[in-house]
Design a protein around this ligand. Sequence first.
Ligand code: COA
Length: 276
Amino acid sequence: MGKPYKYETVLVDIDDGIAWVTLNRPEKRNAMSPQLNHEMCDVVARMETDPDVRVLVLTGAGESWCAGMDLELFFRDLDDKPAERAVAIWETNEWRWNRLYTYPKPTIAMVNGYCFGGGFTQLIACDFAIASETATFGLSEVNWGIIPAGIVSKALIDCLSYRDGLYLALTGKSFSAKKAEEIRLINKAVPAADLRREVETLARDLIKLNPEALRGTKQAFKNVRGMGDVQAADYLAAKYSELKFRDKDDGYSKGIGQFIDDKTYKPAFGAYKPGK
Ligand code: COA
């Protein structure tokens, strides 16, 4: 067993394949301090190869999911400390965009409350986002005189329509989870009491699928976004071959065999049986 996931600003609970990762600064509405970003770099780096983790769920302690970057500890305190600021910027992008966006395992944002500013980066980086109907969202940067920087504007334009993204970034208006669902910033808004159950059901469905196929699918889908057609087709062909090489369960042969020969399942309606 590796060293325990013990941190000051992050809680980790791994239960039957699901890693429940909770940003844990509720008194500051889970605003991201340099320490929190540093600890999250460790969490996601270690979980990447942790066999006990099949799906990563990201949530927040208390009534907030994440109130964005910590305006005091990440911004004002580092204004005159360029070296520390550079490290802090590097780490905040590292765990959220460099790692989570193309993470080899499925990721779910379980949005339990406020999601503001920089919080949009990990919201969009996660593969799925399910929010409580009580959650409130907002790109508040313009309200206090900055732009949605870090990687927020890039994440926004990747995820939302031009009109919706620009409207939200330019007005700084907060909006409801229902609105977030309508513009497809999130998959679904559910009653607060159902949030954890909804997320767990999705996570359990994902755990039934071949992990290498999931890894290849999500990386292929996300990485082809910035490519031209020719590069994308070549990259997808290489990714297809990579999957066969990586998949020790040989899902490709088993899936076809169980459908064509054994007639024990239909690919249209569910997963093949692994390990047989
Ligand atoms: N950075 C630093 N501290 C923050 C913070 C942030 N992004 N968001 C909240 N806090 C702190 C508050 O300063 C307060 O600290 P205090 O108890 O020492 O005074 C504490 O968290 C609770 O915040 P409060 O505003 O009293 O809670 P609330 O529940 O009434 O409101 C928010 C919650 C999230 C709506 C409000 O705190 C807010 O607008 N935060 C800023 C959100 C934002 O613009 N983020 C973008 C940053 S990129």
